[in-house]
Design a protein around this ligand. Structure first.
Ligand SMILES: Cc1cc2nc3c(=O)[nH]c(=O)nc-3n(C[C@H](O)[C@H](O)[C@H](O)COP(=O)(O)O)c2cc1C
Length: 267
């Protein structure tokens, strides 16, 4: 998978598909790719292709993909990272996806995933080829969550403390990795990620939105996993060597953003 900037800019949630089945070649590539998907937490995640079940926001495809994992600390961040790798790879093949964590018949999907008591299935996605025109419902949904807008670079990126915004010009080689985080998908487009750059290390924080409580399945921690995925893959592509660490720098934050993880620059 290459050209993260292009993939991230071209990706959007697809909820209206054109009815064609995935070609055997695309399905084979997708299944082969799934075998290679890792995550920085080293947690095993099992993907499974599923038939269509209740998902009222999606039309025009009979195929879905779900993934499950053991209930464990950091399950949401690991899931977000791994499932986003799949989303981006699908994008590179011209296959449309949309993260679905809420608007589905969760019971039916979980049954099809054969969840055991100690497992969770945070999200699923349909798979198919995007229709030329979005359905009216899809257009309304996008409008409702302002799906085409994002915070500015300076609103989500800081220098040394939460008091000093980091401008895109001053971000240097970290610009593109952070820019692809900025453009990432998130639940209800809340974009809860904040990054504090300090001594070359990018510290990732979760600024929780109202009405998003952190439970066993935590959509905003999944968003954080997506952010980590975009950052790491873009840095790698840019030849920037990073090391994933969980070492809380305890940066004071008036808005009580929660520390998630960091990427150190390796020299
Ligand atoms: C963790 C997560 C859960 C989501 N759950 C749903 C969902 O249940 N239903 C839905 O229609 N969209 C869902 N979305 C899609 C977001 O609404 C979408 O990513 C956001 O509005 C930005 O639009 P874009 O993906 O087209 O850039 C989810 C996204 C994420 C990351």
């Amino acid at each position: 998978m290459d050209n993260m900037e292009k993939l991230v800019c071209e990706r959007r949630s697809v909820r209206t598909f054109d009815g064609r089945e995935l070609t055997a070649d695309d399905k084979e590539k997708l299944c082969a790719f799934i075998e290679t998907i890792d995550n920085p937490y080293g947690l095993p995640i099992e993907f499974k292709l599923l038939p269509k079940m209740g998902c009222p926001v999606v039309a025009g495809t009979e195929l879905y993909i779900g993934a499950k994992m053991k209930d464990s600390p950091h399950l949401n961040e690991a899931f977000g990272y791994a499932f986003e790798k799949l989303v981006l790879y699908a994008q590179s093949l011209g296959i449309g996806t949309v993260w679905i964590g809420g608007t589905m018949d969760r019971g039916a999907f979980e049954k099809a995933m054969e969840l055991s008591e100690d497992e969770v299935m945070p999200c699923v996605s349909p798979l198919g080829y995007p229709a030329k025109k979005m359905s009216v419902r899809e257009k309304m949904m996008r409008k409702g969550v302002k799906a085409d807008s994002r915070f500015s670079f300076e609103e989500i990126t800081f220098w040394n403390s939460f008091d000093t915004p980091l401008t895109s010009d001053a971000a240097g080689k970290l610009f593109l990795p952070i820019e692809t985080v900025r453009l990432a998908p998130s639940a209800v487009n809340k974009q809860p990620w904040r990054i504090v750059v300090m001594d070359g290390t990018s510290h990732f924080y979760l600024q929780r939105s109202r009405n998003f409580n952190g439970g066993r399945i935590d959509m905003q921690k999944i968003d954080m996993g997506i952010a980590l995925c975009h950052f790491e893959l873009t840095a790698k592509e840019q030849g920037i060597s990073t090391e994933f660490v969980i070492e809380n720098p305890n940066i004071p934050c008036k808005t009580e953003a929660e520390y998630i993880a960091s990427y150190k620059l390796k020299i």
